[in-house]
Design a protein around this ligand. Structure first.
Ligand code: DAH
Length: 339
């Protein structure tokens, strides 16, 4: 019997299996009811009484050894079974192309985030507008050239339905329904009847800001502009205001920032002036407040409006405006890491 036990032990130690079915066959061969190890237990009856103890121990050891060996083989085939041996698991994964945010979205959201830190919330309005919201409420004179078909896309005349030429129309829409304090920015797409070129497009994007409350002063406007410019273009940025004219603001100004390419020394980008223009602004004309139902004797406000393409060009030096709407993947992929 000892001999049989040793022989089986050696046999079991040398077992191999290539898959789960083979392991199962081995389990049946040795450990099932009719298996070879089980058969030895049946022979146990014939063992002389004085050897029973030692033999019993040896048999149990054999059974445990066989069970462990079969389990071990099972583990081995489970890990190797599912893996194709031709696969190289150490190879780097194939690159998976990820989409990227559009540069105009990246910049628009950066503008919104800077103004939100000053307490401005986002307001939106329709792109298809009427004359009142785009022009009349904003103090445009009857014969202002912007009302001309040359500059504005009309969908219908009298009553006029048109594509908004600026997001200032959203100012009116908010002021008509809200009493101050009002602190909003209005991002959106605008349309103008321009020939498409590298420097002009028939649609582009603006962000407008409006703050109306008691005692809002030009100093508040200037401080807001400085904060915006430094957050957007870096802490060294300088600003300069030049007097200008817009029908809806009085006084009006245009803001330049120190050229962010040459740091103000003068380069071809800033036409060697050291300054680049980035937005229009001013104190809301009292006529506009009154037209929208806000008492201009109690309240004052400032407004500003900027082109998102312009800011994006300054940040990323995009030379041709048309790139923004052509969906050329090579261009868009350059902004993969922008945000
Ligand atoms: N609406 C102007 C434009 O489209 C931009 C603008 C200038 C907006 C001055 C303003 C402002 O709110 O105060 O050119």
């Amino acid at each position: 019997m000892t001999e049989k036990i040793n022989k089986l032990k050696a046999e079991i130690a040398a077992l191999t299996a290539a898959n789960a079915a083979e392991v199962e066959a081995l389990r049946i061969k040795y450990l099932s009811k009719k298996g070879e190890v089980t058969a030895l237990f049946n022979d146990f009856r014939t063992v002389p009484a004085d050897q029973k103890r030692a033999m019993g121990q040896a048999l149990n050891e054999l059974k445990n050894f066989a069970t462990e060996r079969i389990n071990q083989l099972k583990d081995e085939v489970e890990t190797t079974d599912s893996v194709d041996p031709t696969l190289d698991l150490t190879r780097t994964a194939a690159p998976m192309p990820l989409g990227s945010r559009h540069p105009l979205s990246v910049v628009r959201e950066e503008i919104a985030s800077i103004f939100s830190r000053l307490g401005f919330t986002i307001a939106e309005g329709p792109e298809i507008e009427d004359d009142w919201h785009v022009f009349s409420s904003l103090n445009f004179a009857e014969d202002h050239p912007a009302r001309d078909m040359q500059d504005t896309f009309f969908i219908q005349r009298s009553p006029d339905v048109l594509l908004r030429t600026h997001t200032s129309s959203v100012q009116t829409r908010i002021m008509e329904h809200t009493q101050p304090p009002i602190r909003i920015i209005c991002p959106g797409r605008v349309y103008r009847n321009e020939a498409i070129s590298a420097r002009a497009h028939c649609f582009f994007h603006q962000v407008e800001a409006l703050y109306v409350d008691k005692n809002v002063s030009f100093a508040d406007l200037k401080q807001t502009l400085l904060y915006f410019a430094r957050q957007m273009f870096g802490p060294e940025t300088k600003i300069r205001l030049r007097p200008s004219y817009f029908p809806f603001t009085e006084p009006s100004a245009e803001m330049d920032i120190s050229c962010n390419l040459c740091g103000g020394k003068g380069c071809s980008f800033c036409k060697h002036t050291g300054w680049v223009e980035i937005l229009g602004c001013g104190m809301v004309d009292p006529n506009v407040l009154d037209a929208c139902g806000i008492d201009s004797k109690t309240y004052s406000g400032f407004a500003l409006g900027m082109g998102v393409e312009r800011i994006t060009n300054l940040k990323y030096q995009v030379k041709d405006l048309r790139m923004f709407s052509e969906n050329d993947q090579r261009f868009l992929e350059e902004f993969q890491s922008a945000h």
